[in-house]
Design a protein around this ligand. Structure first.
Ligand SMILES: Cc1cc2nc3c(=O)[nH]c(=O)nc-3n(C[C@H](O)[C@H](O)[C@H](O)COP(=O)(O)OP(=O)(O)OC[C@H]3O[C@@H](n4cnc5c(N)ncnc54)[C@H](O)[C@@H]3O)c2cc1C
Length: 235
């Protein structure tokens, strides 16, 4: 699973001027080539230090990773001015981080599953392997790839282990959640491989019936020919 590519930036301001203008600070710019980032959020701290955080992701990241940091900063601030007004140019500090060039991260924020991987291997994602239980964010059913997903997956794995070692310590709610996720797993295991099996069986049966029908027709034609010849000879 290759890791994603994301460049994160944070721009700090004296005031959250966008709020005064009735804006939330959230810009969803899509993958336009004119705008380097795809999304920004208001990252003002609870103490009121005004900031915007944004992401240059995927294709945009591949494009902007090769550019000079100064050029990237200029492009980001120009886009902020375009969306939020001229005040966006008067920032205190701009900082960006290209996580793909970090030796021990190699990308951000998570690994990306190639097409088909989840469809065919999803049943194995959370299935314990003997005494090994999987707790990574990749195994989460919600917020997969994020911190919240990591917490959810960690809690699920902890309950799994406790149910093996000391089931008595589990609450009724935890046992219920565990049984529910296990039954979901069983249902997931029936797809798509079982669907594929059903489809294969249907195709084989249809093919066999077609061949049988063709043979019958050929045979019937021969019989009809014999009958016709018999009667025409008799007459
Ligand atoms: C640059 C970056 C920015 C991110 N930003 C955000 C964000 O803003 N918001 C958000 O929600 N998520 C963000 N994420 C994603 C988030 O960090 C991960 O989803 C989360 O940390 C995954 O948690 P985890 O417990 O599944 O795995 P990890 O945090 O990767 O923990 C796995 C641990 O296992 C250890 N380990 C690995 N192999 C072994 C071994 N053989 N033996 C012992 N230990 C081992 C590792 O050292 C590591 O400490 C970001 C990720 C990155 C890389």
């Amino acid at each position: 699973m290759p890791v994603g590519h994301m460049i994160k930036f944070i721009v700090t301001y004296q005031t959250a001027f966008w709020k005064d203008k009735g804006f939330s600070g959230e810009i969803v710019a899509g993958s336009s080539t004119e705008c380097p980032f795809c999304v920004t959020f208001d990252a003002t701290t609870p103490r009121g230090n005004a900031a915007l955080v944004g992401f240059i992701a995927g294709q945009q990241a591949s494009q902007w990773t090769t550019k000079e940091a100064r050029e990237r900063k200029h492009a980001v601030v120009s886009a902020l001015v375009k969306y939020l007004g001229p005040e966006a140019a008067s920032f205190i500090h701009y900082e960006d981080k290209d996580w793909a060039v970090e030796e021990f991260s190699g990308g951000c924020p998570t690994n990306v599953m190639a097409p088909g991987l989840l469809t065919y291997y999803q049943p194995s994602l959370r299935k314990p392997c003997g005494r090994i239980h999987w707790a990574g964010t990749e195994t989460a059913t919600q917020w997969c790839g994020y911190m919240s997903g990591a917490v959810q997956a960690g809690q699920r794995a902890a309950v799994e282990v406790l149910s093996e070692l000391r089931p008595a310590v589990l609450t009724r709610e935890e046992l219920h959640t565990l049984r529910h996720s296990q039954s979901e797993e069983t249902r997931a295991q029936q797809t798509p491989s079982s669907a594929l099996k059903r489809l294969t069986t249907a195709v084989v049966v249809t093919a066999a019936l077609t061949v049988a029908a063709a043979l019958c027709l050929t045979h019937a034609e021969r019989v009809m020919l014999k009958v016709t010849t018999f009667f025409s000879n008799a007459l």
